[in-house]
Design a protein around this ligand. Structure first.
Ligand code: SAH
Ligand code: DHB
Ligand code: MG
Length: 226
């Protein structure tokens, strides 16, 4: 396992060096760290995936649950056309404050609306002027199902729901799904698999700290005729 991790670290370095980088991403990561806020952003590879998926959808409306300091939001917002909108939800004012700064610095503030508060409450009153193309869920895992069900009602046919951390640092695979956190996530995965299984995939991948494995769930909302 140690060897595998070593190889993976080198492979990630290779991937990073092989793809162009915008300094804004590292600025957000550094500034998050400098303020003592958590380094739990998605990886650059996940960021690229979100950006690519949004572009493939021709997305104009995206909702994100769990902004943190704007790292994933920048990847999403950069996929939007000038008249596109990312609505991103965050309950922690310190996180939201840096996120606003980051969106300004990245030049996407005109395409982002950050709504502060408890996500479930914000979603319950949210109205959209155009069809929602994509929902990205990355907040309190116990509410994954609430956010997913909201997405199922609001994302347009053919749109996507993406959920981070569905492997609970790999602990979903432990006997009896390990601990409470992992069991919560395993129950959510089982719900998705039983209800929408043939519309979904889980992509495993290493976390930012490269010590843990986690996964990204991607579900496509079916077209009306299917
Ligand atoms: N998507 C971010 C990381 C999000 S970390 C990125 O990759 O850059 C999870 C965030 O969700 C934290 O900032 C936390 O404050 C927020 N959060 C957790 N529970 C929440 C809730 N119920 N409502 C709104 N935000 C919540
Ligand atoms: C952690 C990682 C995440 O991606 C997240 O959304 C929440 C917590 C973590 O590693 O603790
Ligand atoms: Mg996450």
């Amino acid at each position: 396992m140690t060897d595998l991790r070593h190889t993976y670290t080198r492979v990630l370095d290779y991937v990073g060096e092989s793809l162009p980088e915008d300094p804004i991403h590292n600025w957000v990561l550094d500034e998050t760290d400098r303020r003592g806020l958590p380094a739990i952003q998605i990886t650059p590879e996940q960021g690229r995936l979100l950006n690519l998926l949004a572009r493939l959808l021709g997305a104009k409306r995206i909702v994100e649950v769990g902004t943190l300091t704007g790292y994933s939001g920048i990847w999403l917002a950069r996929a939007l056309p000038p008249d596109g909108l990312l609505i991103t939800l965050e309950r922690n004012p310190e996180h939201a404050s840096l996120a606003r700064e980051a969106f300004e610095k990245a030049g996407v503030a005109d395409r982002v609306r950050l709504l502060e508060g408890t996500a479930a409450e914000t979603l319950a009153t949210l109205t959209l002027d155009e069809p929602l193309d994509m929902l990205f869920v990355d907040a309190d895992k116990a509410n994954n199902r609430t956010y997913f069900d909201w997405g199922w009602q609001h994302v347009r046919p053919g749109g996507l729901i993406v959920v981070d951390n569905v492997l609970a640092n790999g602990r979903v695979a432990e006997p009896h799904n390990g601990d409470t956190y992992a069991r919560t996530i395993a129950a959510f995965n089982q719900y998705v698999s039983e209800t929408y299984g043939d519309l979904a995939t889980i992509l495993p991948g290493y976390k930012r700290d490269e010590d843990n494995l986690d996964g990204t769930l991607i579900v496509r909302v079916p077209l009306e005729e299917s």
